[in-house]
Write a protein that binds this ligand. Structure first.
Ligand SMILES: Cc1ncc(C[n+]2csc(CCOP(=O)(O)OP(=O)(O)O)c2C)c(N)n1
Ligand SMILES: [Mg+2]
Length: 355
């Protein structure tokens, strides 16, 4: 008889507060690895902050902000090997940067330009999914395929608290469990699905409890603690590689930025809580940890931040240097057998746009 261990409910933490709560450490992480994690967090933070500015300047379209979620993304990423696949939602749009995907490509995606597409197999990073939870069955399928082929690679998929109410989440999680697919289900519980709070989303006491329903182990971590996310993901990946199937990680965060640039959360969010969360944000927490350890100083911090800012400057310049896409693309690849009206519609569009 299969039996499922109840999910680990306590929030796992490694980083202390520099005061009463002592710092922990993660086995196997030396100075170089700790700094690699830091560089990734800075890169993501810089990408995110610059993107909000580019949006305000009209240089990219609507953008889903991930400020404060860098620890979830970087922590999970560093627990993977290059052969492992990542299935992001719009909230992790820039995760490919960490695998060497050019910033210009991701910025072009947000500009609605065809040069914003990449071949997933070049980076083992799947396309960004906007329909909620649809990436979960994609990831389950890929992970199962890896197992069938006897390969050691795993898949990791990111999704939100709201996504756990979707059929696609259920199907993906159930399928992965039954097929013992090497999949990490990483839920970023930022406690909001646009304006819907977690309390209106689920009657479950904790999202991690859902794991038991699929017969898979679940862990709950402080999503603002990059080392806790890293450690939990590393264990989940090891389980996958050992043929033990999927794992569920609930990373508890709080969305302290608008859902996206098109959202004004003042109408529904608790502003005091947002202030508290922003004061305790994940990059600052990790900087404090590294400084206490003597691994990070002013000069190195500045060097890493300047490098990231330069990369973004070059990225937006390259994205803007792309010639505009031909409007005919709107009609191409839509239907194998396009109706005759398309020709007329395209001619009309060209006439209006003067192209
Ligand atoms: C299938 C589907 N339904 C509805 C939407 C509209 N929508 C966009 S974001 C969002 C909230 C999702 O919340 P959550 O899963 O918690 O992710 P978060 O945005 O917090 O990262 C919704 C409902 C969508 N994109 N796809
Ligand atoms: Mg959410």
């Amino acid at each position: 008889m299969a039996s499922t261990v109840p999910a680990e409910r306590d929030l796992r933490r490694v980083i202390g507060d520099g005061d009463a709560i002592p710092d922990g450490e993660v086995d196997g992480l030396g100075e170089q690895e700790l700094l690699a994690l830091y560089r990734s967090m800075v890169l993501l933070r810089t990408y995110d902050e610059r993107s909000v500015v580019y949006h305000r300047q009209g240089r990219i379209g609507t953008y889903a902000i991930f400020w404060g979620h860098e620890a979830v993304q970087a922590g999970a990423f560093h627990a993977l090997d290059d052969e492992d696949w990542i299935f992001p939602s719009y909230r992790e749009s820039a995760i490919g940067l960490l695998r060497g995907l050019p910033a210009a490509t991701i910025l072009s995606w947000w500009r609605g330009h065809p040069s914003g597409w990449w071949s997933p197999a070049d980076y083992n990073v799947a396309s960004i999914c906007v329909p909620i939870a649809t990436q979960v069955p994609h990831a389950a399928g890929l992970a199962w395929g890896k197992r069938l082929r006897g390969e050691s690679a795993c898949a990791l998929t990111f999704f939100g608290d709201g996504a756990t109410s979707e059929g696609a989440f259920h199907e993906g999680a159930n399928f992965a469990a039954v097929m013992r697919a090497p999949l990490v289900l990483l839920c970023n519980n930022n406690q909001w699905a646009i304006s819907t709070p977690l309390s209106a989303q689920t009657k479950a006491e904790a999202l991690v409890d859902k794991a038991a329903g699929y017969g898979i182990p679940g862990t709950r971590v402080d999503g603002g603690d990059v080392l806790a996310v890293y450690e939990a993901t590393r264990e989940a990946v090891a389980r996958g590689r050992a043929g033990e199937g999927p794992s569920f990680i609930e990373a508890v965060t709080y969305r302290s930025a608008p859902h996206a640039t098109a959202d004004d959360p003042k109408a529904y969010i608790d502003l005091e809580r947002v202030e508290q969360e922003r004061a305790n944000e994940c990059l600052g927490r990790y900087e404090g940890y590294l400084r206490r350890l003597g691994v990070l100083g002013d000069e190195l911090e500045q060097e890493i931040k300047t490098e990231a800012a330069d990369l973004m400057r070059a990225g937006i310049a390259a994205a803007e240097a792309e010639p505009p896409a031909d409007v005919g693309l709107v009609f191409e690849h839509a239907l194998a057998d396009p109706p005759a009206s398309f020709e007329h519609d395209l001619a009309e569009l060209r006439r209006i746009l003067g192209g």
